[in-house]
Design a binder for this molecule. Sequence first.
Ligand code: CUA
Length: 151
Amino acid sequence: KFEKIWLVFGIISLIVFLSIVGVTAFSHDHHPSGGTDTIDPKKVDQTAPFDNPGVTQIDEDTYQVAIVASAFSYAPLELRVPAGKEIIFKVTSKDVVHSFTIDDTKVNMMVVPGQITTRAYTFEKPGKYLILCNEYCGTGHHFMFTEIEVH
Ligand code: CUA
């Protein structure tokens, strides 16, 4: 009789354990404003949102910006976002490690092939901000930069 109780207890513990693991794994996947996810670096162009990189409005106060870094540029070339709204940057690399660093801000993201790095930022002031690569990535490293226009 005792064995049966222990068996039931064991099964319940297993279920509880598995649901905790499941919930943890699930919530790990859902971090809209910060963290990393994995991606196949060879399939960046076919994987959303990088199949159509650029600015997407999510809701009234939130915009997502998908960026693909590769030696030695960022795609897309044109970036325009509003000031005072939350901008969620999602960046990945197709080749080697780069960075996505926005001058004069706290945004300094490491861009690693196989990973999607996410970082939320709100620009307080309109203007043109320089985006540059801070990680040495090869001969064109010093020419790897672009601009984001905040309006
Ligand atoms: Cu890309 Cu340095």
